[in-house]
Design a protein around this ligand. Structure first.
Ligand SMILES: [Zn+2]
Length: 278
């Protein structure tokens, strides 16, 4: 891993814009001799969405400035470990304080969600895309089951305790959609979707995009943070579940990926089974 890749992680807003536009080439890396950005520079370059959360790595969120500082510190520390020749870890699962970031087996079998009525005329498209995305993970592992709760749609917010998470509209053009991790606090458990972008992302089907987001919601990180990708490094807070898969649904195609349509692979299915059961 090089300084170049660290700086790519720091320019997350550029990467996010790339995803939002979809299928555009990956952001150009800064020259290798550029210095590590200060926290202030990093913060200033990081997109903050309408909910006040920072968006990093394209479509992942950080709750507040204190958490962003922690993320920054870890990113720099990870870079320094790499420079010092420390071990480089090789579908991957998120790690928080050294532990896998996953749901309990009980919760994983009943991941309830609503789809906000605020989607208006696009709501049916979102409901269908969510059903498709959820079904892809459900087909892979009997330990995963998403449950749509339409009765919560009229009050589909993170504060609604009738569901584990909400699916709500966003109108930003910084990303198509973004999700959360199992460790995210209740107040941050939502999937935000730009419906018009979702429905017009070329070979990335709405169902595949939502399956990618639900992959995060299950605890999975971007496959392209692995060193084998050679670009788009994010951080080292994860552990591998499978061999590197350049066509994983969790691998951005524009990060040296080999899939053009963000579809789920057999390796992805093996990965989810390894943590939630077959
Ligand atoms: Zn993602």
């Amino acid at each position: 891993m090089s300084l170049r890749t660290l700086l790519q992680a720091a320019t997350a807003t550029v990467a996010a814009a790339t995803l939002a536009c979809s299928l555009a080439p990956a952001a150009t890396a800064m020259p290798a001799h550029d210095p590590v950005p200060t926290f202030g520079q990093f913060q200033a370059s990081t997109f903050r969405d309408s909910a006040g959360q920072y968006v990093v790595n394209g479509d992942e969120t950080i709750v507040n400035t204190k958490e962003l500082q922690g993320y920054y510190d870890e990113m720099v520390a990870a870079y320094e470990r790499e420079v010092e020749g420390g071990p480089s870890a090789e579908l991957i699962v998120n790690r928080v304080y050294g532990r896998d970031d996953l749901w309990s087996f009980t919760t994983a079998r009943n991941l309830t969600y609503c789809v906000s009525n605020s989607f208006g005329s696009q709501k049916t498209n979102i409901v269908n895309a969510m059903a498709n995305g959820a079904a892809q993970w459900e087909a892979a592992s009997s330990g995963v089951n998403f449950t749509y709760v339409p009765s919560a749609d009229s009050n589909c917010r993170t504060s609604n305790n009738a569901v584990l998470f909400s699916v709500e509209p966003t109108y930003t053009t910084q990303y198509i959609a973004r999700a959360f991790f199992p460790s995210s606090p209740d107040s941050q458990r939502n999937v935000l979707v730009n419906a018009s972008s979702l429905m017009s992302s070329g070979s990335w089907t709405p169902g595949n995009i939502m399956a990618h987001e639900l992959g995060h919601a299950l605890g999975f990180r971007h496959e392209h943070t692995r060193p084998e990708a050679g670009t788009c490094f994010e951080d080292n807070n994860w552990r591998p579940l499978t061999p590197y898969d350049s066509s994983s649904i969790m691998h951005y195609p524009q990060c040296n990926g080999t899939s053009s349509n963000l579809s789920m692979t057999a390796t992805d299915r093996a990965g989810v089974r390894s943590v939630y059961g077959s």
